[in-house]
Design a protein around this ligand. Structure first.
Ligand code: NYM
Length: 212
C-alpha cells in the first residue's frame, strides 16, 4: 500500500528573518495548488506549557535556563500526536520554528553545550525539509526594531546564528539555506520549489525520528 502522508516542512532563522510571512505565503500557495496544508508554530503559546513560556518570553516571570529549555521541548512533544495524525491524513505541516530554534537559542546562553540542548528533542518527528532563512543579524535588526521580548537583542541573535550554523553541519537533516535578504516574492519562489520536491519525496517514506 502506498503511504501518501503529508510532509513536515520547517522554517528556521534568527528573529526578523521573515519566517512567519513566508510560512503564510507557503500555506496559501499550497492550498491554491490543492495540496492540503496547515501551519503550526513553536512555541505554541496556547497550551498550559505554552502559557508558562509566553510569560517567560514577555518577561512577566523568570524561569531557570535549563527548566525553560525543557519546557520549550515539552511544548513540542505535547503536539506530536496531533502532528502525526495530520501527517498521516496527508496534510503537509508548515512549521514556524522547531527543535533547531530550541537548540540555537539555549546554546547561545553561557554554559550550554549543543549536545545537552539537543537531547530532549531526540526522536521528535523528523522534518522532511528544514529551510534556514539566512539574513545577517545586523540586517535583521535593520528591518525594524526588535520587540521587547527576551532574546531580542543583536548580541544574542549573533550567538543564535552561530548555533544554527553548527546545527547545519549535520547532514542527517535535510537543510536548505535560503538567501532571505531578497524580496519576499523571490524568497517565496525558492521556498515553494523546495517544498514541492520535499512533498513528493515524503509521500512514499515513513516519518523519521530527529537526531536518532
Ligand atoms: N525560542 C523558540 C526558544 O528560545 N526556544 C524554542 O524552542 C523555540 C521554538 O522563542 N525569540 C525563542 C525564539 C524566539 C521566541 O518565538 C519566540 P516567536 O517565533 O518570535 O514567537
Amino acid at each position: 500500500m502506498t503511504c501518501r502522508r503529508g510532509a513536515l516542512i520547517v522554517l528556521e532563522g534568527v528573529d526578523k528573518a521573515g519566517k512567519t510571512t513566508q510560512c503564510n505565503k507557503l500555506i496559501q500557495a499550497l492550498l491554491e495548488n490543492e495540496q492540503p496544508a496547515e501551519m503550526m508554530r513553536f512555541p505554541e503559546r496556547t497550551t498550559m506549557i505554552g502559557q508558562l513560556i509566553n510569560s517567560y518570553l514577555e518577561k512577566k516571570s523568570n524561569l531557570e535556563d535549563h527548566t525553560v529549555h525543557l519546557l520549550f521541548s515539552a511544548n513540542r512533544w505535547e503536539q506530536v500526536p496531533l502532528m502525526k495524525e495530520k501527517l498521516e491524513q496527508g496534510i503537509t505541516l508548515v512549521v514556524d520554528r522547531y527543535a533547531f530554534s530550541g537548540v540555537a537559542f539555549t546554546s547561545a546562553k553561557p554554559g550550554f553545550t549543543l549536545d545537552w540542548c539537543k537531547n530532549p528533542d531526540v526522536g521528535l518527528p523528523k522534518p522532511d525539509l528544514v529551510m534556514f532563512l539566512n539574513v545577517s543579524p545586523s540586517e535583521a535588526a535593520r528591518r525594524g526594531h526588535f520587540g521587547t521580548e527576551r532574546y531580542e537583542t543583536s548580541v544574542f541573535q549573533r550567538a543564535v546564528q552561530q548555533g544554527f550554523e553548527e546545527l547545519m553541519k549535520d547532514s542527517s537533516v535535510n537543510w536548505q539555506v535560503i538567501g532571505a535578504s531578497r524580496n519576499i516574492e523571490d524568497v517565496h519562489a525558492d521556498i515553494k520549489n523546495h517544498t514541492i520536491e520535499a512533498i513528493t519525496t515524503a509521500m512514499t517514506q515513513p516519518i523519521g525520528h530527529l537526531w536518532k
